[in-house]
Design a protein around this ligand. Structure first.
Ligand SMILES: [Zn+2]
Length: 630
């Protein structure tokens, strides 16, 4: 980090001394769509002012907001390189994602085609209705030219009515845009289609006006789009109340790039001044339109949390390798928590039911087998293998991993309720988020960069400062974030009038075991393809030696049938059964399985559980889940 800063400082000084002669030539792109029906587009990229050194042109291997490696170069074909006079040049391929061009005249123009038919936040898709470009998946860049500005011109298909939706900086030409550097360019997904556009403005306390745009590719009516816009505005305003202000979007504008079409690949991806979100839900259906708000709420919260309140290990983002972070439990998990919480505060979800909905993450974390082997920090560090990573061998993530979205959301809930508890309601998680914003998110930086990213220690220190209670901060981080404990959700949720209890206390339980009838008996957790479903640690089935792929042939002396399995799994805790099991088709073993109580938890509003909501609980719940818009 230090070395990198020194280089930047040197460049700035060199520019100041030598003047504009040293100014860096922009990398220019011309993007065309000659045959969108065949799902490819053409890119011409021109690098000039190269001097005599060879050009190293690269495709990214990772994309901001994604933590696994995605080999975007695999979809590129028909690559030609030319010099400044248009003469064809040869190139070499030192790696699968790099094209080296030597012997040029200071300028290299590379022309390539790229296939794409996955319209989500990570990849590229084009058809006759639209093109969705995630930039790392589509645009080549030059090694060593990362600080150069970029200029991108789009040429829509001749008969199309496509417009361009993007967070790139506009120019006088509605089809041409700029980016100040590579980090910003890569972070600027772009939708080309005949989308519907809606805008509204919001104000910061200092009087600054910001524009929020919705560019929506959809199959609804104008009235449907207006209704969506009203809901989005309600959610956006509720979000800003958490932080007390909006981020200063680099172009003064934040753009929701929303794709609600039947061929969408469902996704939501955060960016500094936009989100790239796609779903097959239609805005023509009021319920589906409402359901789509969950992603909207989540992604807009990211404009603060991760885009600006950013972990230091993601800054700057590496486009050439997987990115590992300590802190996706905060970046994604807390965003998950607030995404849901703010829909409740905005009145989109009823309070009693909304509060109970946090039970899903509580149950996953309290009973999850993965917590026995990984902390929240370690779950976060495992993201490069679980975040849409592709491998053909089997994995055991079903029992060794809990999503940092779920895990982090449960931690956020515990911290919010704990802060309210220790401060008698004077401190909340909103105060913690605002402290992180003030110290780490708000300080100004160049577009595409973050000035004061945080470390894990910073997060612990900010909590100690906020609470003026170092012991509380140390205990919380040591136990629930860097350790593998689960908070006491029963006590914490009782404050808001929610009851946490076992889902089925009287029923016996053997673990997360599914069976399917096969020849000779019942296959245990049959797996499809490479998706193994291992038996969770510390469950009766695990202790009895059962594993996925085993075939249970005999249950208590009777042939193993689906009916016999049903009867056995209805036994009471403490009862047992004797199983004969065939392993790998050869080895027959006999084992005794002892049923335990089912640990699964359910969170219920006390008033729906036969209890009475006290005035104190009612007030707590309103403080927590009620709107903050006065
Ligand atoms: Zn997210």
């Amino acid at each position: 980090m230090m070395a990198r800063r020194r280089i930047a400082l040197f460049l700035a000084l060199a520019l100041a001394v030598a003047g504009p002669a040293f100014a860096q030539a922009p990398v220019t792109y011309r993007v065309t769509f000659p045959e969108p029906e065949h799902h490819w587009m053409q890119v011409e990229v021109t690098f000039s002012g190269l001097g005599s050194r060879p050009l190293q042109a690269r495709m990214s291997r990772s994309s901001p907001g994604r933590y696994a490696v995605h080999e975007f170069a695999k979809n590129i074909f028909a690559v030609d390189a030319f010099n400044g006079r248009g003469a064809l040049l040869t190139y070499t391929r030192p790696t699968p994602y790099q094209w080296d061009v030597a012997g040029h005249d200071g300028t290299v123009r590379i022309v390539y085609k790229i296939f794409g038919d996955r319209g989500d936040g990570t990849y590229f898709a084009v058809d006759t209705t639209h093109a969705r470009l995630n930039i790392p998946a589509t645009l080549m860049w030059g090694v060593g030219l990362e600080t150069r500005p970029a200029r991108v011109s789009f040429v829509p298909p001749p008969s199309s009515r496509w417009k361009v939706g993007t967070q790139l900086f506009p120019t006088g030409d509605p089809l041409t845009f700029t980016a100040p550097n590579l980090q910003y360019l890569m972070d600027s997904p772009t939708e080309l289609s005949d989308f519907g556009l809606r805008t509204f403005t919001v104000k910061n306390p200092d009087g600054q006006t910001l524009e929020i745009r919705l560019a929506v590719h959809h199959d609804g009516t104008d009235a449907d789009l207006d209704a969506l816009t009203r809901d989005v505005e309600r959610v956006v305003v509720e979000q800003a109340a958490v932080f007390g202000e909006y981020p200063r979007f680099d172009t003064g504008t934040y753009t929701f790039l929303l794709d609600y079409t039947p061929h969408s690949d469902g996704d939501g991806m955060e960016h500094r001044n936009s989100t790239f979100t796609s779903t097959r839900l239609t805005i023509a259906d009021p319920q589906q339109r409402r359901n789509a708000l969950g992603t909207i709420s989540h992604e807009f919260f990211h404009a603060w949390n991760v885009e600006r309140i950013r972990p230091a290990d993601l800054e700057p983002f590496s486009f050439t390798d997987a990115n590992i972070s300590c802190c996706l439990w905060l970046a994604e998990g807390f965003t998950q928590y607030y995404g849901n919480l703010l829909l409740i505060r905005a009145g989109m979800v009823p309070q009693a039911q909304g509060g109970a909905s946090f039970g899903g993450s509580v149950n996953a974390v309290v009973t999850g087998s993965g917590r026995q082997v990984r902390s929240a920090v370690e779950m976060s560090q495992h993201a490069p293998y679980t975040d849409a990573a592709v491998a053909i061998d089997k994995t055991d993530f079903g029992r060794t991993f809990i999503s940092y979205y779920t895990h982090g959301a449960a931690i956020a809930l515990a911290l919010d309720l704990s802060l309210r508890e220790i401060s008698q309601g004077t401190l909340t998680l909103d105060d913690y988020m605002r402290a992180l914003w003030t110290v780490h998110g708000k300080p100004a930086a160049a577009p595409g960069l973050v000035a004061k990213p945080y470390t894990l220690k910073d997060l612990r220190d900010r909590l100690a400062e906020l609470t003026k209670n170092r012991a509380f901060a140390d205990e919380f981080f040591t136990k629930y974030i860097e350790g593998r404990d689960a908070a006491d959700y029963t006590r914490l949720l009782a404050q808001a009038g929610y009851v946490v209890r076992p889902r089925a206390p009287a029923a016996g339980w053997i673990g997360n075991v599914r069976v399917a009838a096969v020849e000779g008996g019942l296959a245990v957790n049959p797996s499809q393809d490479n998706t193994a479903t291992p038996i969770d640690f510390d469950t009766p089935a695990y202790e009895a030696g059962l594993e996925y792929g085993d075939v249970i042939t005999v249950i208590d002396g009777q042939p193993a049938t689906v009916d016999a399995f049903g009867a056995f799994s209805r036994k009471k805790p403490g009862e047992s059964a004797v199983l004969t099991v065939l392993r790998r088709g050869r080895q027959s073993i006999t084992t005794t399985i002892m049923l335990k109580p089912n640990p699964a938890l359910l969170v219920t509003p006390i008033e729906a559980d036969g209890g009475i909501l006290t005035d104190a609980q009612k007030a707590f719940r309103e403080q927590w889940l009620g709107t903050k818009i006065k």
